[in-house]
Write a protein that binds this ligand. Structure first.
Ligand code: ADP
Ligand code: MG
Length: 320
């Protein structure tokens, strides 16, 4: 049930390998997110899937057939970017119909399909507006509507919400997730924002330096990071050396005690109130990194420069 198979794909630009041998199976109908820091090769990978770049070696299959050098328009996919280019002189409805018109689809069908796409993206009431009369979020909805009106099998989205402010981004994340559920098509979503990836995806592919670090559900990746890179990139983590091993403990799993418990004694350096949680920074003797602990504010009667002990349950340790 794999719609896309990527097998040992490499991409070089002028002898510079930006994708190292990379293999990945993408399931039909899933919301898959490619997550990683800027420059790790996310866009390059997406552009190869879409057909705008050809792999230097390796194979990309779509529905079982090799598509390495099949042009984008023959792939039944659509790509949405952060910097969408809408036609400034056309209203919302015409912008959405345009691609269908170019394909020679009848005006009646153009209208029916644009109607449906506007409904799905909550644009119906703005149908007669020109792009400059829309907010950033509404413009991005038009870009998405323009892509889904083609009924693609796969929708590729390259940091589509990157230019929007926090609140709008949160709203559109939920809308996109709902849209994907409703349409049942495969979404391949690129972001460098781990929170965005965690909240939207069925599976996440964590990339670093042209390679896959881990593939898994948000929960698997959070609870069982496969490498220190993943453990630090997805949420926050604390590291401790124990019996020649490096272990990671999440900030919400560390308990603070004002009376002596265990062997980690420290000093509270800072307490920050971050929304629903207090974030407490503790310096531990003999450990080089400051430990971060999350606590519910109402549990907390701690103060700066106080001496405390930290401990955690064995089951909350992850060995790196
Ligand atoms: P990301 O999307 O994760 O930020 P990119 O895929 O855009 O990363 O880029 C990965 C690396 O490939 C970067 O070092 C970038 O400079 C390089 N790169 C991307 N496209 C080209 C190109 N057309 N020519 C040369 N180098 C490129
Ligand atoms: Mg990119």
């Amino acid at each position: 049930n794999n719609i896309i198979e990527i097998d040992e794909v490499v991409k070089e630009f002028n002898d510079n390998k930006v994708i190292l041998p990379l293999s990945l199976s993408i399931y039909s109908g899933e919301f898959l997110t490619i997550l990683g820091p800027s420059g790790c090769g996310k866009t390059t990978l997406l552009r190869m899937i879409a057909g705008f770049e050809e792999p230097s070696s390796g194979v990309i299959k779509l529905n079982g057939g090799v598509v390495n050098n099949l042009p984008p328009y023959k792939r039944d996919m659509n790509l949405v970017f952060q910097h969408y280019a809408l036609f400034p002189h056309m209203n919302v409805e015409k912008n959405i119909q345009f691609g269908l018109k170019m394909k020679g689809i009848s005006l009646a069908e153009q209208k029916t399909r644009a109607e449906e796409a506007m409904k799905l993206t909550q644009l119906t009431e703005f149908r007669n507006r020109k792009p400059h009369q829309l907010s950033g979020g509404q413009q991005q909805r038009v870009a998405i509507a323009r892509a889904i009106v083609n009924n693609p099998k796969v929708l590729l989205l390259d940091e589509p919400l990157g230019a929007l402010d926090f609140k709008l981004r949160k709203d559109l994340q939920r809308e996109l997730k709902n849209l994907q559920r409703e349409l049942g098509i495969t979404f391949i979503y690129v972001t460098h924002d781990q929170e965005e990836a965690m909240s939207m995806s069925d599976r996440i592919v964590v990339m670093n330096n042209g390679k896959i670090e881990q593939i898994g559900t948000p929960k698997e990746i959070y609870q069982n990071p496969a490498s220190k890179f993943v453990a630090s990139f997805i949420g926050e983590n604390n590291y401790f050396h124990k019996d020649d091993q490096l272990i990671a403990v999440r900030p919400e799993n560390i308990k603070i005690s004002q009376s002596p418990v265990g062997k980690h004694k420290g000093i509270i350096k800072d307490i920050e109130f971050v929304g629903t949680l207090n974030k407490i920074y503790i310096e531990i003797k003999g450990e080089e990194n400051t430990v971060i602990v999350y606590q519910m504010p109402d549990q907390s009667n701690l103060s700066r420069n106080e001496e405390v002990y930290i401990h955690w349950k064995l089951e909350d340790e992850v060995i790196m």
